[in-house]
Design a protein around this ligand. Structure first.
Ligand SMILES: Nc1ncnc2c1ncn2[C@@H]1O[C@H](COP(=O)(O)OP(=O)(O)OP(=O)(O)O)[C@@H](O)[C@H]1O
Length: 453
């Protein structure tokens, strides 16, 4: 049982109760596998009981809110809590975040800048053991900045001809598109992995295309090679994911959104397949079979800027896998999905309707509020707009709609224990630091970066 157990249960907007400890996401949770998210915020904004999310079962969580009100901060809190879970639960779970902004690498360091606030919450700054992967071609740029990272790549053989056309924004029915599809399909038929050079050789062996299409195809694949994301073999999933580990996949250097979506689609598809296999193994063991094999851990896949991967008005390369496999069927194999977006109105409507937990920070755009209200559960007694108004404009405040207990909660998310890299830089703060640096240099002292707030 968590040392933050709090028997004074006080939900803000009513709902059903599940024993003494309030755990959102699983009414049957008896106090194990809890993610401490924050405190209830009463209507006068005073501090209430602790709020926990369940981590024993798989969940589909949507975090939304306007820019700068706490989405990535809250994601970071969830990642921390998963990393700090006790064994053996921790060993059965793995977290992977698709970091589109390149802000999560800072989690390795303790959040000493908010040490004072953490103390008032009975918490201490603490860095996280993370593995950071970046596209293999960008590794030197990170090393130059003294950020320890590992190379990540996807096998070129993973993408079909038509997926390559979408990545490269080429019409499938154009002469170039036809050549690409024919080339890739002929290589795939051989059933072996192939490299960029193999693709280019195959292009020039094609007898039905003209030389300008072949030259264009060669240029396209030379450009893809320069992105540094694809290789012949690709990074094995086991290098990326293992029980108890927090993995950050920093895709912020990839400018092409289609490429990011292709990477997410391939990764999410492979995670889903691994989990289906792990679920089979789990059932066999449960049925009494003696098997030595270790199961692939239950994965929590976090995706920031989710509207890029699951847009409302069109299909991205990742839409099918994320919606049909991860969101609709992910619970059965034990795959959790945590999506964050600034713009719920730009997000595929299935994300709102299929999420079992909605964490909504401040939102002011009517379109966005309407997009959430359209799938508003019947148990919400007031409009989302009314709830959000009561919540006010405090950063980190969130409305949580829990489908399991069919209730709505107003919560203040706890401070981060690890360093948050997503805050807005302040010109004034930079000036202050420069002045401080000059002063300490003049006095011959080291800099002090602990601010008690
Ligand atoms: N729970 C919290 N407690 C205290 N401060 C918070 C909390 N959540 C967010 N903040 C403050 O708000 C700032 C912005 O939060 P965050 O970086 O999560 O915004 P965001 O919603 O992800 O924005 P963007 O959409 O631009 O990525 C943080 O740097 C932090 O200072």
């Amino acid at each position: 049982m968590s040392d933050r157990e709090n028997r004074d249960v006080r939900p803000a907007f009513g709902g059903k109760f599940g024993g003494t400890l309030r755990v959102l996401g699983n009414e049957e949770n008896n106090g194990e596998g809890l993610l401490f998210l924050g405190n209830y915020m009463a209507l006068d904004h005073s501090k209430g009981a602790d709020v926990y999310l369940d981590a024993l079962k798989p969940h589909a969580v949507l975090i939304c809110g306007k820019r700068g009100y706490g989405k990535s901060y809250t994601m970071g809190c969830m990642l921390e809590e998963l990393a700090f879970l006790p064994e053996p639960i921790k060993g059965n779970l793995a977290s992977l975040i698709i970091d589109t902004m390149g802000i999560f690498w800072t989690m390795r360091d303790p959040n000493i800048s908010e040490a004072g606030r953490l103390k008032s919450w009975d918490l201490t700054p603490s860095g996280l053991e993370t593995e950071i992967f970046v596209p293999a071609g960008n590794i030197d740029a990170y090393k130059k900045r003294n950020i320890e990272v590992k190379p990540f790549s996807i096998s070129v053989s993973e993408l079909s001809g038509s997926q390559w056309c979408r990545v490269l924004r080429i019409e499938e029915v154009s002469p170039l598109g036809i050549l690409l599809v024919r080339t890739i399909e002929s290589l795939r038929e051989k059933g072996e992995q192939y490299s960029f050079d193999d693709i280019i050789n195959e292009v020039f062996l094609d007898s039905r295309s003209d030389s300008s299409s072949k030259g264009a195809a060669e240029n396209c694949f030379r450009a893809v090679k320069s992105w540094g994301l694809f290789s012949k073999e690709g990074t094995p999933l086991s290098e990326l994911i293992s029980g108890g580990r927090t993995t950050i996949l920093d895709v912020s250097t990839l400018e092409n959104e289609n490429v990011c979506a292709a990477a997410v689609s391939i990764l999410a598809g492979r995670l889903y397949e691994e989990r289906i296999e792990a679920r089979r193994l789990y059932e066999k063991k449960k049925m009494g079979e003696k098997l030595e094999e270790k199961e692939f851990p239950m994965v929590w896949l976090f995706i920031d800027e989710a509207h890029i991967f699951l847009p409302a008005a069109r299909e991205s390369l990742a839409s099918e896998v994320l919606i049909n496999r991860c969101l609709r069927q992910g619970r059965q194999p034990g795959l959790s999905l945590v999506l964050a977006t600034q713009r719920p109105a730009s997000l595929h409507p299935d994300v709102v309707s299929q999420s079992d937990l909605l964490i909504c920070h401040r939102l002011t755009s009517s379109d966005d509020i309407l997009a959430l209200e359209t799938s508003r559960p019947l148990y919400m007694q007031e409009s989302l707009r009314a709830y959000l108004k009561k919540m006010g404009s405090e950063r980190g405040a969130a409305l949580i709609v829990d489908d399991h207990s069919e209730s709505v909660h107003m919560v203040r998310v706890r401070p981060r224990r690890s360093w948050h890299g997503g805050g807005e830089p302040s010109a004034l703060e930079l000036c202050r630091r420069e002045k401080e640096g000059a002063k300490t240099q003049a006095q011959g002292k080291g800099p002090s970066n602990i601010h008690e707030d």
